[in-house]
Design a protein around this ligand. Sequence first.
Ligand code: SF4
Ligand code: FES
Length: 748
Amino acid sequence: MSKTEQMISLEIDGKKVKAFKNETILQAARRNGFYIPTMCYLPKVKPIASCRMCVVDIVGYDDPVLSCQERVVEGLKVETQSEELYEHRQNIMKLYDVNHPLQCGTCPKCGECDLQNKTLEFNVSSQNFSIRDQQREIQDWGNVTYDPYLCIMCERCVRVSNEIVGDEALQISPGGYNSTIMNVKKDDLNVDWGECAAVCPVGALADKDFTYNSNAWELTRIPASCVHSSLANLIYYEVKRGKIYRVRSDFEHETISGLCRYGYDFENRGSNSDEDMQKTLEAFKDADTIRFNSMITNEEALILQKLKELHGYKLVNNEAYRYQKFLQAFASTSGSMTYKGTSEGIINSEYIVVFGTRVATDSPGLKFRINQSSKKFKSQIIYMHPMEDSSIQNIVTQLMRYEAGSEDAVLALVAKEILKDADVPKDVAEYFKELDDGYLSAESNIGEEEIVLMQKKMAKKSRFSFVVGSDLYAHPNAENIAKMLGLIEKYGNFDVTIIPPSVNTLGVSLICDLDESIGEKVIGYNNVGDFVLSALEDAGDVNMPALNQQEGTFTNLNKKVVPTNVALPFEGFCLNDIANNLGLNRRYTIDYTPELPASSGFQAQEFDKLTNHFDVLGEELRGYKLDEKTVKTTNELSEVEDIESFDGVVIYFSNPNNQKNVFTNICEHLGSNNDLTGSSQFAVAAKISDGDEVKIEVLGQTIVRKFRLDEKLKGTIGLLPTFDMGYEGIAIKAAYRFNKAKIQQVGK
Ligand code: SF4
Ligand code: FES
């Protein structure tokens, strides 16, 4: 059925309008441009129905109804405005205003407060009743503060913590006028409060980074895309006099993680000069390699590709190279250049397999979407990983813990089960038939009963997603893993999402012809090299603008090309200026936007024509989606290989909740804990204790860290952050994530 066939007719305030079957009166009214006031309504959670501001009359009904809950029906006649309704709404505002402190002048929400706005709208200029006040303390919750005096108990924060973020950290402590919001996870440092503060209509939950810093109305909003996650969510940098004061989101429709919200002050305050340009050009003359990372725009990636074509530079980006190879292997069996999965598809799935990623910290935004699915559809969430993760255990319905290194054996078992009744080509059927289950189970430690359970749970569900991540891309048998995933997507009814590790790994892998290894002289662009161009102030030979000082596009996880804009100026030249001195010729970097390669699905669209917002009903109008490209399939699968044994002390490269890369590392409002963490079992195996200073030898590097015992962790694998290792950490991040390590206590 087409969208228009699903529409019905009704009347709002005497005007005939169309609405979708199943939408609420409020949604239909908004779609058709009618205003109904609300306080508790938040489109991305189930109707809260706590404020009663949205009441409307319906002709033929005795009582008014809540428009945020009541669904439309054919022929309905709705009245949104009347004297009675106004009085009803005014009385609600009077109740909300009871004892609400008159401190608007110092409240961080002043100028953007719903209570302030609606108090004026409903003309509540005096208060003829009050209640006895209570002594209530302002509470400190990580990045935010909670002031119970200001709280109007709309419950939005509780719903968001539960239905969106998945921390389930807030509850209502009931008590009439003494009701408050209770934090039930006070000691949990992993709770993400930013999204709860973002939806608070008043100043009760307030971001500490903004309190007493600026007035909302003094700030200029710059629409952009988050650079710390491959979701590249829509964000707004809010700027005044050359400084970013905060990041805001379109909180009604979009959800961003704390990393995006608080990781904004990574601009390069340094500059470069004509002399620097001369030095840079000399270095480019000497060099045969440009090594870079995936925190660059599509346009910059194209500039590098063109420099390769013109001068023969090798282009080295280990992370994107592995991802590119993985994607190509996936395409060789799925038949499409990229994967089908999207974040929206994940939210709407009923059965989600998460494999090869510690998703809560690798991609917190995606963890939110998995949680949304779990809350919306009571979805099955199958979490396959060598380590449990307590931060998502509340949504995981089946944990399949396998031996580190055995990812290909695990996937072979799972793929065999998923594809057993599918109409696969003969050679594929033959391949899976010949796999020895006993051997695969012994290698991976996944028993037959776990696979049977997984299959059983599948039976009652529809809309399947398979979400995979960075543990797989550098696996010794990554190619075969990718090919099996391609078959799962093509024949197994699953939409696969191959999470790009950085904001533009997907874009780089579609634009650049990457090389595996470096030559003799390397230009590092935000990476290790003999001559380093760096967006970290004075960390290299020449300063470059950071990503919040550039315009251009990213290709995000959803295969959309989304724009980002300049939030702050940079004093000096950028990559495009260097390229223009090396034989290319475009005035601005964004002149390359329409030239992005059509062969990879990019469209010839001008940068300035790209949109970047949500419409009133939450439809994402951002950039454009890559055209789908088909690829010839080959179905050449290889042996599932013996794995190296991971006995002894093993570490896993994994960043903490609020850190990700060299740029988040310099952000003031993100945490900076770089401790090696592990369970008591790990501590025993490594012969170390909580608080020890330890020397870790891994991948030829020696790293000194504090060890922190984490009682929530289990098993003998420790977590080692990489975000603070500078450009060396970027190289490490591209390696296989599990490694044997030598650990030695060197101090207390
Ligand atoms: S803290 Fe804010 S969002 Fe939460 S209930 Fe109070 S007013 Fe509503
Ligand atoms: S918006 Fe409907 S009850 Fe609050």
